[in-house]
Design a protein around this ligand. Structure first.
Ligand SMILES: Cc1ncc(COP(=O)(O)O)c(C=O)c1O
Length: 382
């Protein structure tokens, strides 16, 4: 009999039954009073969980659309923008911003580490930047940027520069409190730490970002314009583009789960799970790409030991019941990426670790059975 496949890639993540049930509901009219109430609750919950006096936008799309929506509403052609890149998705912002006619400067970290805050500060002192983009967790490297420190520095020293954070692989797992952390725009998606299927682009805009939107007048983008969506987010009974009714319900359920768990508890849980997984992977002989102090809690980017071939490892692991992603860029073929975020429990974690051990065993490492699971369990029970 074939093993069930646990989706342990860094997004989409496992979708729990109660969220799946919302996607399977009979679709109603978007003006249905009950749905309008549900959508209103989603918008309110986003603002209160991620703590902003600003606005929240939830539209059909992927994380990339949210990236585009975020920057399109706070900049104008010709503006200077600084991109802080910790990997593949930071680099994606370069092309995206260049296509919008922005003057782009980039500071990149070596894969596995961060761009130091002092370096960002020095660069910001060189010219008048309208915005800085930072990827909170870059999925290609598993590195977590020190967003709170960056936000504090910008707030204190560069009043006219807005901070845009890409939280696609961080939001709902790494702390992100907009107004107190100096995050002006947070962009994210539904399919990672929220544990919802792919399909929603989510953007939170703090008061300074909304002010900036007002001050720049018309923008070229239509679907992405905050001003087109704002009346709908304030009164979801109105129409601009048909809302993805079932996805909004699914998202509402994920927010309910977050509130029930408590967002602080959720952040703590992610730390515990990540450190346990990472310790167990190291116990088996793997190396984690990210330097210890900058390791993300949402995923691990795991470098193979000598003698393990990427395609064979991932194929065997899938047969054993866990699907992981391959490495990107310079790490393609040298590493796998393991997601451990969202609505996952002890069963998912232990099963995944055991599947990794069985895979190594089948590939010739005969002394691994039980070692990873023991370390993982020991850490999780601390
Ligand atoms: C950090 C980060 N930003 C942006 C994206 C793009 O999101 P999407 O694939 O949903 O367009 C991803 C996707 O994995 C990501 O990990």
């Amino acid at each position: 009999m074939k093993n069930r496949k646990l989706v342990m890639i860094p997004g989409p993540t496992p979708v729990v039954r109660s969220i799946q049930d919302q996607m399977g509901r009979e679709t109603v009219a978007f003006g249905d009073p009950d749905f309008v109430k549900d959508f209103q609750e989603v918008v309110q919950d986003l603002k209160s969980i991620f703590k902003t006096e600003g606005e929240a936008f939830v539209v059909a799309g992927t994380g990339t659309l949210a990236m585009e929506m975020g920057i399109a509403n706070i900049t104008q052609e010709g503006d200077n923008v600084l991109i802080v890149s910790n990997g593949f998705f930071g680099d994606r912002y370069v092309e995206l911003c260049e296509r919008k006619g922005l003057n782009v400067d980039v500071i990149s970290a070596e894969w596995g580490t961060i761009v130091p805050v002092e370096e960002i500060e020095k660069k910001l002192g060189e010219k008048d930047y309208k915005a800085v983009t930072v990827t909170h967790v870059d999925t290609s490297t598993g590195v977590c940027a020190p967003v709170a420190e960056i936000g504090k520095m910008i707030k204190e020293k560069f009043e006219d520069t807005l901070l845009l954070v890409d939280g696609v692989c961080a939001t709902a797992a790494e702390p992100e409190y907009l107004d107190q952390m100096g995050i002006d725009v947070l962009i994210t998606g539904s399919q990672k730490a929220f544990g919802v299927a792919p399909g929603l682009a989510i953007v939170l805009a703090g008061p300074k970002a909304i002010e900036r939107r007002e001050s720049i007048g018309n923008i070229r983008d239509y679907y992405l314009d905050f001003n087109k969506w704002l009346p709908i987010m304030n009164d979801p009974g109105k129409y601009f583009g048909t809302p993805p009714v079932n996805m909004i319900w699914a998202f509402q359920e994920s927010l309910r789960i977050i509130k029930e768990e408590g967002v602080e508890n959720r952040y703590e849980r992610h730390i515990k799970v990540a450190r346990a997984m990472q310790a167990a992977l190291e116990e088996l002989g793997f190396t984690i790409l990210a330097e210890k102090e900058y390791r993300a809690v949402t995923l691990s980017n795991v470098i193979y030991m000598d003698g393990i071939e990427d395609a064979e490892f991932r194929k065997t692991l899938a047969e054993e019941g866990a699907v992981v992603a391959g490495g990107l860029g310079p790490y393609a073929g040298k590493m796998f990426r393991l997601g451990h975020m969202g609505n996952i429990d002890m069963h998912d974690l232990v099963s995944t670790m055991s599947a990794i051990e069985r895979t190594l065993y089948r590939l010739g490492n005969k002394d691994v059975l039980g070692k990873g699971v023991a370390k993982l369990t020991e850490e999780l029970l601390k």
